[in-house]
Ligand binder design. Structure first.
Ligand code: AMP
Length: 546
């Protein structure tokens, strides 16, 4: 086994780390930076730019520069999130045949998995160059509230760039792993993670090297970018007041203002005032116009206080789920660049009645934790270190009248397996449609649709007589498998799985082939074949039993 790398595939920035002599270490990228902007750009000349290079030319090529792809991975085109992204981002979106969201770059439709695979591929290349060896395996982190589609899509992205994912772990869990390596004491920790595009809060129990997630909650559409946008709106308003010019539809100006807004925001974590100077932002008959403004820390706090406040109901929910109070929390860990904002630290400290730990770099801790997890898999660390995780969302099926019946409740420790018996609603019903959902609403249609199963060949019987037991299994990566059995005959019914989302293995294979043709990895086929074989065996088994 070669080196297994740990990857934090972030909304704004990504980071890669590995374990050296029992300690996690960040691998710098090819430009020597410790984190890489999660940005991909396709130029009109057919060149693919990744990271800082892509970010730097975003102003001149905004429509073909894909930022914050993590917000779209595993999402549908008609989802609220895709619509929101479409409004805020300069690039265009479209829907695939199965309804998945796609990004339109240079008039071509690209899946979020492919865009993410380019970022992962770049990080793989950085690790290979730094470690001077091939790297084929990784531990990847995802937000704690990622659903099954989003986790699977992340794994597919890795597969496309030739990385085998040994484990998918929740970001806050990963942060605790990095932290727990140094301080193995009994404690309950709150991990508050506010990065570029997502917010998670997780309560963890750490005892003698065992990490147990008590509860997780969050909002995958709340992050530093929203803070930047508040400043952008403020700058545009000020500019309009002064010049009577609306810059909101001017893409180039918007991009420049956004970059300046983020810089000012970051500077205000260390100073009380920041100057925003953007010369020649617009010009008309009257001549060129410039932006010259001063933003104070107090004004920034005023513009963003509701965004910070919006994180607290999630904290309260996790405490409620765990039957804990803020005073029961021994340690507060801050993750994500946005937590550098002093107001956030202050509000968190006030809420929990204690100061958060500040000795770990909030942008690197998740990747460092993933490296620790890779070390556990490789057997490089203390064998007693065990990782127990929970499922962030409840899983179940749709029954009559748009009702959602939960089979696995959220916050159940994974891996797990639960069954529940269902029956028919009509006399002599031969087939049952089982709609698998993930979410918390009692209304089925308000939850996320994962798949549909047709249980066929049920014996003719009065309604309510057949006993169909549906079994849900969640593996250590949080990925869901569902099977069904007719209890009367003891036979496993043939189920037709119609995944309603994600890339099919044929589509992934096609993308890999395309990458290979363009000079990509060659060993990818081995991974694909092994998995295909597994699927074939499962089908054969089912058929035999019939
Ligand atoms: P991450 O996703 O952890 O890389 O965090 C990225 C977010 O952190 C971006 O929105 C950055 O603007 C923000 N960020 C980075 N440094 C600072 C800082 N010094 N103060 C406030 N926000 C920051």
């Amino acid at each position: 086994m070669g080196v297994v790398i740990g990857i934090d595939l972030g909304t704004t920035n990504s980071c890669v780390a590995y374990l050296e002599a029992g300690k996690p270490k960040v691998i710098p990228n090819l430009e020597g930076q410790r984190t890489t902007p999660s940005v991909v750009s396709l130029t009109s000349s057919g060149e693919t730019l990744i990271g800082s290079l892509a970010l730097r030319q975003a102003v001149t090529n905004p429509e073909n520069t894909v930022l914050a792809i993590k917000r779209l991975i595993g999402k549908k085109y008609d989802s609220k999130e895709a619509k929101e992204t479409e409004k805020k981002m300069p690039y265009k979106l479209a829907g695939a045949d199965n309804g998945d969201v796609m990004v339109v770059v240079n008039s071509e439709m690209i899946s979020p998995q492919e865009v993410s695979s380019l970022i992962l591929g770049y990080l793989k290349e950085c690790a290979e160059s730094y470690l001077e060896q091939d790297v084929e395996e990784a531990v990847i982190t995802v937000p704690a509230n990622f659903n099954d589609h989003e986790r699977k899509a992340t794994k597919d992205a890795a597969k496309i760039c030739g990385l085998k994912v040994l484990r998918v772990i929740n970001e806050p869990t990963s942060a605790c792993l990095a932290y727990g390596l140094e301080a193995k004491k009994n404690a309950i920790a709150a991990v508050y993670d506010l990065g570029g595009g997502t917010f998670d809060i997780t309560l963890m129990e750490i005892s003698d090297g065992v990490f147990h997630v008590l509860a997780t909650n969050g909002n995958s559409y709340l992050g530093g970018e929203d803070f930047d946008n508040r400043i952008v709106d403020w700058i545009m308003e000020e500019f309009k007041k002064e010049n009577n010019v609306d810059l909101s539809k001017n893409k180039l100006a918007r991009q420049r203002i956004k970059e300046a807004a983020e810089r000012a925001k970051q500077a205000l974590s260390f100073s009380m005032e920041s100057k925003i100077h953007l010369p020649f932002i617009f010009s008309d008959k009257s001549g060129p116009m410039h932006i010259q403004l001063s933003l104070t820390r107090a004004k920034l706090e005023d513009l963003t206080s509701d965004l910070i406040s919006a994180t607290f109901p999630f904290i309260e929910q996790t405490l409620k789920d765990s039957k804990l109070t803020p005073r029961d929390i021994d340690q507060v860990i801050l993750v994500g660049g946005q937590t550098r904002m002093p107001k956030i630290k202050e509000m968190i400290a006030n809420f929990f009645g204690k100061k958060p730990i500040e000795d770990i770099n909030p942008e690197e801790i998740v990747a460092l934790g993933a490296a620790v997890q890779s070390g556990i898999i490789e057997g490089k660390t203390d064998e007693s270190t065990l990782l127990l995780d929970v499922t962030p969302l409840s899983l179940g099926i749709e029954t009559e009248n748009d009702t959602f019946v939960k089979i696995i409740e959220r916050n159940t420790t994974i891996p797990t397996r639960r069954s529940r018996v269902f029956t028919t609603v009509k006399h002599n019903q031969k087939r049952v449609r089982v709609h698998v959902l993930q979410g918390e609403s009692s209304k089925a249609s308000d939850n996320i649709s994962l798949a549909e199963f047709n249980l066929v060949g049920i014996y003719a019987a009065p309604a309510g007589v057949p006993q169909i037991s549906v079994t849900f299994e969640i593996d250590a990566d949080g990925i869901v498998k569902v099977s069904a059995k007719d209890e009367d005959s003891g036979r496993i019914q043939k189920i037709e799985v119609k995944p309603s989302s994600g890339l099919s293995s044929e589509q992934i294979e096609k993308i890999i082939q395309k990458t290979q043709e363009e000079g990509g990895e060659e060993e990818e086929e081995g991974i694909e074949q092994a998995e295909e074989k597994e699927e074939v065996e499962e089908t054969e088994e089912e058929e035999k039993e019939e």
